[in-house]
Design a protein around this ligand. Structure first.
Ligand code: SF4
Length: 351
């Protein structure tokens, strides 16, 4: 198995603030996967996405794309990287130039990457990309961004990504500004692209429910550090790290039998009074021990396919490497079928 993209010991500092601390993570080339990077605002998830996309430079560490450091790519390699790793952003309105028709965001990549030899070929490619996200060209082309709904604009951005046939889509909160009714549709479309076109998806989100519904694996970040990572069934269905337990206890999970909650957690306001040199979650953790305040925890493999950075599991083995995807437990196809019924039906059934 070879790595498509890899973060090696990546740290990002903004002045004295560490947004991401020694992140090590990879996506394999041979299997198309759907991985969630989850956390609250300030967890470092968007920083991680931007570093992966090459939009933000790490303060320390490296990002490799197919084995090549993206910081030292030639122009041609960079161009290929730009084509093969596509972003989808939270607010599609920001991406559109309000003075251009919608067509512009679709024809520009066709020209830039020379995807078609003739006008007719270009048109056919664009129509195919639109239909893959459930849009009809006659309803969308020729219009201005403000004439479309937020959901339609986001689907145009997904179509734009599809047009380029990327290997990886990094979607940063792609549905957080979309109407609830369209949220499931767009998430279903991402799943379809993953399944039918073999595109790996990294889904950046604060929402564990949708992460559970569409992804196989998840990395939970807390203040720039990995708190827990592994299969979504393990991490969300049976969270081990006190922070993940806190997150899971605060969301409705109709598909899970277990109902977490009842743990006493220290509020963010009360926690801000104290600082920890060890585990970043110690000020909020009701199970914090002396060691937690002094030393950052290792990443302990609680199960075959899940790690937790928490001293409660210090009797377990640690990861062999720093790469948290080591806790994903092998090929995805062998693991899970909980995604089979599609996000739409499940989200609809939640009302
Ligand atoms: Fe709580 Fe300690 Fe675990 Fe941190 S390492 S989550 S403080 S028990």
């Amino acid at each position: 198995m070879t790595k498509l993209i890899e973060l090696q010991d990546v740290t990002k500092e903004f002045g004295t603030f560490t947004a991401l601390n020694r992140a090590a993570f990879s996506i394999m080339e041979e299997t198309s996967s759907m991985t969630a990077i989850a956390g609250e605002s300030g967890s470092g998830k968007t920083t991680m996405a931007r570093i992966m996309l090459g939009f933000t430079e790490p303060s320390k560490g490296r990002v490799l794309y197919r084995g090549k450091d993206i910081a030292s790519m030639s122009t041609a390699e960079r161009r290929q990287f730009r084509r093969e790793v596509q972003p989808i952003f939270q607010d599609p309105f920001d991406v559109f130039n309000q003075f251009y028709r919608i067509d512009h965001v679709l024809t520009t990549p066709v020209k830039r990457f020379k995807l078609a030899n003739t006008e007719a070929e270009a048109r056919s490619l664009i129509e195919d990309a639109l239909s893959r996200v459930g849009l009809r060209s006659q309803d969308t082309l020729g219009r201005f961004p403000h004439e479309l709904s937020g959901g339609q604009r986001q689907r145009i951005m997904v179509a734009r990504a599809v047009l380029l046939r990327p290997r990886l889509i990094v979607a940063d909160e792609p549905v957080s500004m979309v109407d609830a009714s369209l949220r499931a549709t767009i998430l279903d479309e991402l799943q379809t692209l993953n399944r039918d076109l073999g595109i790996s998806i990294i889904y950046i989100t604060h929402d564990l429910t949708t992460a559970f519904q569409i992804c196989e694996n998840i990395v939970v970040l807390y203040q720039g550090n990995v708190a827990e990572a592994g299969s979504v069934e393990r991490v969300i269905g049976d969270p081990k790290h006190p922070y993940t337990q806190l997150l899971v206890s605060s969301i409705p999970l109709p598909n899970l039998e277990q109902n977490w909650g009842g743990e006493d957690f220290i509020t963010l306001e009360a926690a801000s009074e104290r600082e920890s040199r060890g585990c970043r979650f110690a000020p909020r953790c009701s199970q914090a021990m002396d060691v937690c305040w002094r030393t950052p925890p290792e990443k302990y493999l609680c199960d075959r396919d899940r790690l937790a950075s928490c001293f409660l599991y210090r009797d377990k083995p640690t990861l062999r490497t720093d790469d948290v995807t080591e806790a994903f437990g092998g090929p995805v196809a062998a693991k899970s079928d909980h995604r089979k019924t599609g996000a739409r039906s499940r989200i609809d059934s939640e009302g």
